[in-house]
Ligand binder design. Structure first.
Ligand code: ADP
Ligand code: MG
Length: 691
């Protein structure tokens, strides 16, 4: 249960005085429905009224506070003109300008002959200074704030109403116990939470808005610690008591390895050793396997699956698309054969008697490794005893699906493989519930893919180049993005492109897209793989995982519309064999700054981890992972591009806390429960044994 001390903050916004249903709706739109959402809605700007020039020296464009005498009122002669009030100090005169003014009101607040303090933006108009609709007109300078926070607004929401509501919410913030480690707070010179919060809402200069500022850092750290603590608690729950030690005798693995046409890299061996050690431990494995495109994750997965089979259990390998399932089956089959185990596929395409037979064999334990799509989740799919589930290309699956798979059997170990390297900071927030293994480096002999960025107006040159390359026996991908609202239009564009290129290149161009019948798609892929067609036009279905080592050229049209991670994935489709490969990033029309930066990054780097860091900087974490897909919520106070160091600290801190005080029973533990509730981590608190 939420501690009573937090009740006021979890009240709804309408409980604030002056907030009715209409205002509540608008405020909820920008901040959220409760007071706690308001206090975490930090200012995005600041109005500084401390500039106090004389009229003659006032700089146009600046916000100024002036002390003036009121000289004369000039009501408009025609309605469309503004009402003017002339004022002066001992240096000069200027006009205050009011459109659609209420004369009586203006005479009340600015009576002729009075002295007033006015504040607003100075404008110049026909060689004269003026101020339109001053923000403040007061008798005493103390009656206006010198500094005002600016908050993000939505249409129909007045700045002052929102600011007032936020002040109201801040007044309700209770005194809470310090949840951070005292020594740490001292070392970082962090202010207490309450002070950091109030100060963050009271900026005086633009510099005070910077996320690097001490107050904002403190708040960011609070949010990050809550996040990490919650993830660790969830992980502890998932790992639970149900794990078991899975070890094999190494025989199947040895047979598969001897069938490999290559030696495993040190990176692969290192990752495999970590995975096997984790499987052998009695707690349940929840591990993320990261490796750059082409680093050879699939074979590592197979060897881990074989470990489970050696232990008398079954394995599952799940991939996001039918295409990938077929590819995995085809590429793993020879090794499975060498090891003498049985592989089967299960996708939406397996139907009727065939499917029945597979399910029966699976339940009887006659299938050792099942490779499939989402179809693996269906209720009638039962394993005899699932020991390890491997999920390929994680970002296509949500956290919830992951959970669902885990509920399938007693307690399979879970290995998730990411298609895209994720910066460590992101991995910690989105997958903080998992351990991480990385495959460093790529198989030897891979040459970097020469990457060029080019304007679409040079498409003719590109096609001529392609023609030469294909006639020399090379194979190429040509990617058309999904861009229109309608998939039908897109597919039409892609097919048109395929026809056009087929003609221009004097051969047949294959075509694959997501809407195609599976059999047609397989046929197109097979024709490309065998070299029957040397050009494959594709929508982004080939983005993840497709492996045709003979392909050496990748053309991406409308490259400006792709994210960095996607481009890196696409480029990763070539450079897999021994041939020299190239990637042409073709853009159409003018480039935005961000698009320019993305394409330049692609041209200059082929390090997936570096590209991922850049992606995070350019787009922010929500976009990088896909908010819905990752199950990760955006942070409100922390900015991972800036506070990455704090996240790492929070991760270690959370671990330490739970090692010392597993059920959060100490004084600090109590305070940390408040922190968890404050940031809405109720679910995690429920996993604590005592409440
Ligand atoms: P990814 O990590 O992107 O999923 P894959 O597992 O698809 O990469 O492997 C990419 C290619 O590299 C495949 O053709 C695979 O057979 C090959 N490969 C994997 N490991 C090695 C290795 N140690 N040496 C040479 N080639 C390898
Ligand atoms: Mg892969």
């Amino acid at each position: 249960m939420r501690p009573a001390i937090l009740f006021p903050l979890f009240a709804e916004i309408r409980t604030l005085s002056g907030v009715g249903p209409k205002l509540e709706k608008l405020i909820a739109k920008v901040a959220g429905p409760r007071l706690v959402d308001l206090i975490f809605d930090l200012p995005v700007g600041v109005v500084d009224r401390s500039y106090r020039p004389r009229i003659a020296e006032a700089a146009p464009g600046r916000i100024a506070t002036l002390e003036v005498g009121v000289l004369e009122h000039f009501p408009p002669r025609v309605k469309s003109q503004p009402y003017k009030v002339r004022v002066s100090d001992d240096s000069a005169m200027m006009d205050l300008v009011f459109f659609r003014a209420d004369a009586k009101y203006l005479n009340d607040v600015l009576p002729t002959g009075s002295r007033r303090f006015i504040s607003g933006r100075i404008e110049s108009f026909k060689d004269r200074l003026q101020m339109a609709h001053p923000d403040y007109v007061v008798q005493d300078a103390g009656q206006m704030p010198l500094h005002e926070p600016i908050y993000a607004l939505t249409e129909g929401l007045a700045a002052r109403s929102l600011a007032k509501a936020i002040r109201g919410a801040l007044d309700k913030v209770p005194d809470m116990p310090e949840w951070q480690d005292e020594a740490f707070v001292r070392r970082e010179a962090f202010a207490p939470f309450h002070e950091a919060l109030l100060s963050s809402h009271a900026p005086r200069h633009d510099a005070d808005l910077a996320p690097e500022g001490a107050y904002r850092r403190r708040l960011a750290y609070d949010e990050l610690l809550a996040n990490q603590l919650a993830l660790l608690l969830i992980r502890r729950q998932l790992r639970g008591p149900a794990g078991r030690a899975v070890t094999g005798d190494g025989q199947l693995r040895a047979r598969a390895i001897s069938a490999l046409p290559f030696a495993l890299t040190d990176g692969q061996l290192g990752a495999l050793a970590e995975i096997e050690a984790d499987m052998a431990s009695p707690t349940r494995m929840l591990r993320l396997l990261q490796g750059d495109v082409g680093s050879g994750k699939t074979i590592v997965a197979l060897l881990a699956l074989l470990t489970a089979v050696e232990a008398g259990l079954q394995g599952a390998l799940m991939a996001p698309t039918e295409l990938l399932v077929r590819q995995h089956c085809a590429s793993l089959e020879p090794y499975a054969k060498a090891a003498g185990i049985r592989l089967a596929a299960l996708t939406g395409r397996e139907k009727g008697v065939g499917r029945e037979a597979t399910l029966k064999a699976l339940a009887a334990g006659e299938i050792d490794i099942l490779i499939g799509t989402h179809a693996l989740f269906e209720d009638d799919v039962t394993f005899r005893d699932l020991g390890l589930a491997v999920i390929d290309e994680q970002h296509r699956f949500g956290v919830h699906q992951r959970m669902r798979l885990q509920s399938k059997s007693k307690a399979p170990d879970v290995l998730v493989m990411t298609a895209t390297p994720i910066p460590r900071t992101l991995a910690l927030t989105a997958f903080g519930d998992m351990d991480v293994s990385r495959i460093m480096g790529r198989p030897p002999g891979r040459k970097p893919v020469a990457t060029r960025v080019m304007n679409a107006n040079r498409l003719d040159d590109l096609i001529a180049h392609l023609k030469r390359a294909l006639s020399e026996g090379q194979r190429a991908y040509w990617v058309c993005p999904l861009v229109e609202e309608s998939e039908v239009i897109d597919l039409a564009a892609a097919s048109e492109r395929a026809v056009m290129l087929g003609k221009a290149l004097g051969g047949k161009a294959g075509l694959v897209h997501g809407q195609m019948k599976a059999a047609e798609r397989d046929a197109a892929m097979a024709a490309f793989k065998s070299g029957e067609t040397s050009l494959l036009v594709a929508t982004t279905v080939i983005e993840v995982g497709v492996d045709v080592p003979e392909a050496t050229i990748m053309v991406v049209e409308h490259a400006e519309r792709f994210g960095l991670a996607q481009l890196h994935q696409l480029r990763g489709r070539v450079g897999r064999g021994s041939g020299k490969s190239s990637c042409m990033l073709v853009y159409h029309g003018g480039l935005t700054l961000a698009a320019k930066a993305r394409l330049a990054t692609m041209r200059d780097s082929d390090d997936g981890f570096l590209i991922a860091e850049m992606d995070l900087k350019l787009r922010g974490p929500g976009e990088v992972l896909g908010k819905r897909q990752s199950g990760m919520e955006e942070f409100r106070l922390a900015d991972l591009a800036v506070h990455g160091d704090l996240l790492l600290t929070a991760h270690d801190d959370a671990k330490l806390v739970l090692a010392r005080d597993p059920e959060l029973k100490s004084d600090r533990g109590d305070a940390l429960r408040v922190l968890l509730y404050l940031f809405g981590r109720d679910e995690a608190v429920r996993y604590l044994r005592t409440g």
